[in-house]
Write a protein that binds this ligand. Structure first.
Ligand code: ADP
Length: 158
């Protein structure tokens, strides 16, 4: 069975992430979304809130599941027997960082492939951090996230 993981902070999950998830789910028989327990950045939502939002967002997608993980991404990939790590690439924001990460992952775990999917044109400028900033300043973010995430964001920044 072809298995891939899609790791990230998902603080919170956006329509850009969901686009990558939907497309990656067509390439692999099973896609496991890995929600980092402790990413190296400050978070708005707790780990439980982040994974719950992801689970709710992918509830109708068959063969897609979400789990929390901590430690090395490649260790998580090995643990769930994944052959690939999926990442999303936005035009300018992600390339250098993703390239560095991919090189590191390849070094640690040469048997696991890094599969980068290009972000859709309409999600090129969508990031969880920008979204949080806009929500904190009172902007309506409904067009960028699933409905339940927009509600959770509103509650959180109130
Ligand atoms: P991380 O902390 O690993 O960057 P994120 O939750 O910010 O976690 O992102 C997870 C993955 O999704 C990364 O590969 C990131 O580049 C990608 N991503 C983030 N936003 C978008 C978007 N709007 N469109 C496509 N991919 C995205």
């Amino acid at each position: 069975m072809t298995i891939a993981i899609y790791p990230g902070s998902f603080d919170p999950i956006t329509n850009g992430h969901l686009d990558i998830i939907t497309r990656a789910a067509k390439l692999f028989e099973k896609l496991i979304i890995g929600v980092y327990d402790r990413p190296n950045k400050s978070l708005l939502f707790t780990t439980e809130e982040r994974v719950e939002m992801v689970k709710q967002s992918v509830a109708t997608l068959p063969r897609v599941e979400a789990r929390v993980f901590s430690g090395l991404t490649v260790s998580f990939a090995r643990e769930v027997k994944a052959q690939a790590i999926v990442r999303g690439l936005r035009m300018s924001a992600d390339f250098e960082r993703e390239f560095d990460l991919a090189m590191m992952h390849k070094e640690l775990s040469p048997e696991i492939e890094i599969v980068c999917l290009m972000a859709d044109l309409k999600y090129q400028f969508l990031s969880s951090s920008l979204l949080k900033e806009a929500a904190e300043l009172g902007a309506t973010v409904d067009g960028f996230v699933p409905k339940h995430v927009a509600i959770a964001l509103r509650k959180k920044v109130k």
